[in-house]
Design a protein around this ligand. Structure first.
Ligand code: 48F
Length: 260
């Protein structure tokens, strides 16, 4: 192999990263959270040709998938979600009464791979901490480097889009940012709505049926739906998350194509 200068390697990293960062200051759709729902939404929207940018606060995307249930890396999915697994080539095996398993590791890696191959761009170690609201609608997101945001008083930067998706799971952080500003309602006691106790079956249905634009320009998918609207917590089962991601992608695509 020919000799390479360390400085050239550094310059290559810096220019490739910043080219992409600069290109993604404006996107069609911004997705916060690279769990199963956010990644499935990214895959479907990017495949339709939308410019999709994902922010993930951790080093590793995949959210709650990697650990299956209690760190047993098997992802349980229902019959209804099998076509979504087939679409991205993730193998699965029938187990019992309409339940199937896929390797949680294959699922997490496969969802990431296909979302990016479809054209989505992901910035990991990037934490979304706030929203931009212009003329009554979410016009963008405010983000920082994860470790900086936690440790140092350094300002974030902003990204804009036509639609944003809160796919941050239990935290529903974008919804929470709007609630802090009283831009979204809390319940009658002034408390924020939050997830109810676990009811796997009801929770799975809830996250698919209640995918919605909760504030102009802001959509919720996955566990964020329960956190935003007060649905039940679900168990370690992933079909609902995948279907919820597909559904938000369909609804956003319909809305954006109406607007064009
Ligand atoms: O939690 P997560 O996997 O959300 P999901 O797509 O799926 C939920 C299931 O994994 C599981 C379950 C099974 O049924 O209930 O919990 O709804 O993924 C959320 C992702 O968002 C990231 C977080 O690190 C995780 O990867 N995230 C959270 N807050 C932020 C964030 C933030 N402020 N900025 C960027 N990423």
């Amino acid at each position: 192999m020919r000799r390479v200068e360390e400085t050239e390697i550094s310059k290559t990293i810096i220019s490739a990263y910043h080219e992409q960062l600069s290109d993604r200051i404006v996107s069609d759709v911004l997705i916060v959270g690279a769990g199963p729902s956010g990644l499935m939404a990214a895959f479907h929207l990017a495949r339709k040709g939308y410019k999709v940018t994902i922010f993930e606060k951790r080093l590793s995307p995949g959210g709650g998938v990697w650990g299956g249930g209690m760190a047993m890396a098997e992802a349980v999915v229902q019959d209804e979600a099998l076509p979504l697994l087939d679409e991205v080539g993730i193998r699965h095996q029938p187990r019992r009464e309409g339940l199937h398993t896929a390797s949680a590791i294959e699922l997490a890696a496969g969802l990431c791979f296909h979302a990016l191959q479809a054209g989505a761009v992901m910035f990991n170690l990037t934490i979304v901490e706030d929203v931009c609201v212009h003329q009554g609608r979410v016009a963008g997101l405010v983000a920082n480097r994860s470790l900086i945001a936690e440790e140092l008083p350094i300002d974030p930067i902003t990204f804009s889009s036509k639609a944003a998706i809160d796919a941050t799971g239990h935290e529903a952080i974008v919804v929470a940012a709007l609630r802090r500003r009283r831009l979204l309602p809390t319940d009658t006691t002034g408390e924020q709505f939050g997830e109810g106790p676990m009811d796997a079956s009801a929770g799975e249905a809830f996250v698919v049926e209640n995918v919605a634009e909760v504030f102009p320009g802001l959509w919720v998918t996955g566990m964020s739906v329960c956190a935003a609207l007060g649905g039940p917590r679900m168990g370690p089962i992933f079909g609902g998350m995948l279907l919820s991601g597909q559904r938000v992608a369909e609804l956003i695509a319909a809305k954006l194509s109406e607007a064009d």
